[in-house]
Design a protein around this ligand. Structure first.
Ligand code: SAH
Ligand code: SF4
Length: 365
């Protein structure tokens, strides 16, 4: 059943017209019930007639998902994850990450939400637990928006920043992601500015072009994880479809239209992409794209053979980038790093499910 969350004001007006309610102020009232008063039920829409509420309820729902589990932050981390169940029973996770300020870990009060864009992921990166679980389906725009409303209810405060770094490849679900972005940025809906939204992609070139055409100053993170085709091909099947010779020009094009530095995400995996010649190649790619680099020591995933390099080695790799004057961060997941949080989220999902099949059965409830 369609959810009201993914209707713009104009679409609500069109829907209301088909229900014999052509007046524009009705669409404004509906928008307010959904986004300002955050109602879960049509019966709460007290300024609409019972007949109209009935007609709407026969055609649409309000919330497309229900929070079924919230896990409190683990020691040393202020992040919280929650699990939502869609109408068809599938489950997705989202992570709330309070921004830390200062070394003492005091919170700035700003909240970041890591959202999922798909159930599973078809891209099958060899190091990633989302890839391990396979692909089930795209999330609808309403299911993406529903995670944000749910997060604000779980956190008891508003979400300031959004990162599309949960389960799935957002640019492989570009239609629904663009639709969701429209309402995320709409002052009548969530009103979160493009500058506070990061889209992360492992390199879906057509999706990237569509996102650039969308023309908003969104932040872009690219999961590079290898600075040459040879390394990327080993761990990221997507690179065979869109090798660096296609991805890099698309990123240069993004730079011509975008307003922010691209962030290159680089998981360090022992003996796969952590050789010093990769650091040199990575510096060259980053300099060419005027990008910053976020180094993330690999989070071990049960059942996968990959290993995190020694801390000294990660630091040496980082220093090589600093020497090349590349803005770089090296983060261990102890802190409040977004990628690490999502990496752990996937890790836990795999650990919770003894075999991938078990998770699918649970999903299918
Ligand atoms: N599909 C998109 C969005 C997911 S973002 C993308 O790949 O960019 C999630 C980030 O966490 C990606 O950079 C991904 O490569 C990274 N990641 C996946 N598995 C990880 C692991 N085991 N350890 C650390 N980072 C991981
Ligand atoms: Fe999909 Fe991103 Fe995981 Fe690759 S890293 S399998 S693209 S979610």
């Amino acid at each position: 059943m369609d959810s009201l969350l993914e209707y713009t004001h104009a679409e609500l007006a069109a829907l209301l017209a088909t229900l014999g309610e052509p007046k524009a102020f009705r669409a404004t009232q509906l928008m307010e019930w959904v986004w300002k008063h955050r109602v879960h039920d049509f019966s709460q829409m007290t300024n609409l007639s019972p007949q109209l509420r009935e007609k709407l309820a026969a055609q649409c729902c309000i919330r497309p998902l229900e929070v079924v589990e919230v896990s409190e932050s683990s020691a040393g981390s202020a992040t919280r994850k929650f699990l939502s169940r869609m109408q068809d029973g599938h489950l997705v996770e989202s992570v709330i990450i309070p921004a830390a300020v200062g070394k003492g870990g005091a919170h700035s009060g700003r909240m970041t939400l890591c959202v999922s864009s798909q159930v599973g992921c078809a891209f099958g990166c060899k190091f990633c637990a989302s890839g391990l679980l396979g692909f089930t389906r795209n999330l609808t725009a309403a299911e993406i928006l529903g995670q944000i409303l749910a997060a604000e209810e779980v956190a008891g405060e508003s979400i300031d920043n959004l990162v599309f770094m949960g389960m799935g490849e957002p640019l492989a679900n570009i239609d629904n992601v663009l639709k969701a972005l429209t309402l995320i940025m709409d002052p009548k809906a969530l009103n979160i500015g493009a500058r506070h939204i990061t889209i992360s992609t492992s390199g879906n070139v057509p999706g990237l072009r569509r996102l650039a055409e969308f023309g908003k100053p969104l932040r872009l993170a690219v999961s590079l994880h290898g600075a040459c085709d040879e390394v990327r091909n080993q761990i990221m099947p997507v690179n065979r479809k869109w090798p660096l010779a296609e991805l890099l020009p698309a990123l240069r094009e993004w730079n011509r239209t975008g307003k922010h530095m691209i962030t290159l995400e680089y998981i360090l995996i022992k003996d796969v992409n952590d050789a010093m010649d990769q650091a040199r190649l990575l510096s060259r790619v980053a300099a060419d794209l005027n990008a910053k680099v976020n180094l993330i020591p690999y989070n071990t995933v049960e059942g996968l053979p990959w290993v995190r390099p020694a801390e000294d080695h990660c630091r040496a790799f980082c220093k090589a980038l600093i020497a090349a004057k590349i803005p770089v961060t090296l983060r261990y997941e102890k802190g409040h790093d977004i990628n690490a949080a999502c990496g752990q989220l996937r890790l836990r999902r795999v650990k919770d499910a003894p075999a991938p099949g078990h998770f699918r059965r649970a999903d299918a409830r």
